[in-house]
Design a protein around this ligand. Structure first.
Ligand code: TMP
Length: 214
């Protein structure tokens, strides 16, 4: 008996307002078109338990949440998500597109809140072992553009309420990670017209799919 191939794990990252949702939808259509079965999920969240944790993290009920509590809740949600959704899907051969994953923790809790990378790395190793995304898109635009898009959406959540300086640190950390992991992380200029952003993503995805099917 031959084992069916495992699915691939794709993540999408970026500061607020870079257009992750729209582009994830177009990635899903692209994979559907190639007859690749895929699921779309998100972090924090992606399971019933994780969505409850998301409410704690994004809501304003616990405004004075400590950075360590925030970090641990992110990984608590991730542990459940990996066990219940991501790992089983990949084992079944489905591709997983995840709106944010551990790069976001390095960017937000590391860059934004100032938690040392070595603490995040400990939890990363514990919670996901050697599992890493196969491909990551970092949608990048300047903070002012991202924030302007967010403020059109209505009430700001706990993260969206942070000052521009926080998002500058988050963005810098994302870019730093992209530089240190160029084969996994593709930076896409999200400040371009949406049609061009989609075209750039499609091109990289096409290369990735072709390489996978070799
Ligand atoms: P979003 O998915 O709607 O963008 O919102 C999720 C928020 O959670 C966003 O502000 C980024 C933040 N976040 C972290 O701070 N650390 C993490 O590890 C993840 C996954 C998200």
């Amino acid at each position: 008996m031959t084992n069916s191939p495992k699915g691939k794990f794709i993540t999408v990252e970026g500061i607020e307002g870079v257009g992750k949702s729209t582009n994830i939808e177009s990635m899903r259509y692209f994979l559907d078109d190639k007859n690749i079965e895929c699921i779309v999920t998100r972090e924090p969240g992606g399971t019933d338990l994780g969505e409850d944790i998301r409410e704690l993290l994004l809501g304003h009920k616990h405004g004075a949440m400590s950075s360590d509590c925030e970090l641990l809740l992110m990984f608590a949600s991730r542990a459940q998500h990996l066990a219940q959704v991501i790992a089983p899907a990949i084992e079944k051969g489905q591709w997983v597109i995840c709106d944010r994953f551990t790069d976001a923790t390095y960017a937000y809790q590391g860059g934004g809140r100032g938690i040392a990378d070595k603490h995040i790395a400990l939890l990363e190793k514990w919670v996901h072992g050697d599992r890493q995304p196969d491909l990551t898109f970092l949608l990048d635009t300047d903070v002012a553009t991202g924030m302007a898009r967010v403020h059109k959406r209505g009430a700001a959540d706990r993260f969206e309420s942070e000052a521009a300086a926080f998002f500058e640190r988050v963005r810098n950390k994302y870019l730093e990670r992209a530089t240190s992991k160029p084969s996994r992380i593709t930076v896409v200029d999200a400040g371009q017209a949406l049609s061009q952003v989609k075209a750039d993503i499609r091109q990289r995805l096409n290369e990735f799919v072709a390489h996978t099917q070799l």
